[in-house]
Design a protein. Structure first.
Length: 214
């Protein structure tokens, strides 16, 4: 069985990230970020959760690593200091790594791309379309437009060096990244949050495990 390490990027280890507006779209209520992601990843292997403050001495050898989103306000002025251990892990990872929402943003920060907040009026929320720019194994079986769940106010303002941009939205260009030579991927959207009509995220996760994880 695969061993999957899930890094909890909520502010504290006991914060599971309540998704307050999930009910607006017919998702389960109550719904928690870490619980939802853990349950989805459990379809593919055994999941171990570690908080981002607990990475100095990992006591396991995972087959892959997932970086969670964050549904709680974080200190965006001190991300490099607060997430120093996780940023180092991202740069040095020797196993496939997949970042979701805040996890994608941390991948960008680790590789030198700036994170910006366009303003209080900006927000992407709900099942929205993403335009595919180029084919990639992560997108096998999917068409030229995805429709996945968005829930964020910040975004990367550039593609980090060494990455390919695979999917975009007009309001938030960096939606799906793949490293050019290493198995490092990130989605600004949440592939784990699905309903019966929106299953593109499921296919992306299936492709990740099929192509990149033993």
């Amino acid at each position: 069985m695969r061993n999957i390490l899930l890094i909890n990027n909520e502010p504290t280890p006991d914060n599971l990230g309540p998704i307050a507006r999930a009910g607006e779209l017919g998702l389960a209520v109550p719904l928690y970020n870490i619980d939802a992601l853990s349950a989805k990843l459990a379809e593919f292997g055994a999941v171990t959760v570690r908080h981002y403050t607990q990475l100095r001495e990992l006591d396991l050898a995972p087959d892959c690593i997932f970086l969670s989103g964050c549904f709680t306000t974080w200190d965006d002025d001190h991300l490099h200091e607060v997430f120093a251990d996780e940023l180092a892990l991202i740069r040095e990872a020797s196993v496939p790594l997949f970042g979701i929402c805040a996890g994608l943003q941390l991948i960008g920060l680790a590789f030198g791309a700036p994170l910006v907040y366009p303003g209080k009026a900006y927000e992407e929320f709900g099942f929205l379309p993403q335009t595919v720019l180029e084919r990639h194994p992560l997108l096998d079986g999917l068409g030229g437009t995805l429709c996945c769940f968005e829930h964020h106010r910040g975004q990367l303002s550039a593609v980090p060096e060494g990455f390919r941009l695979l999917a975009v939205r007009e309001a938030c260009r960096v939606q799906l990244l793949a490293h050019e030579s290493r198995p490092i991927f990130g989605t600004q959207f949440h592939p784990e949050l699905q309903d019966a009509a929106h299953r593109d995220g499921q296919r992306i996760l299936e492709n990740f495990f099929a192509h990149y994880v033993k």
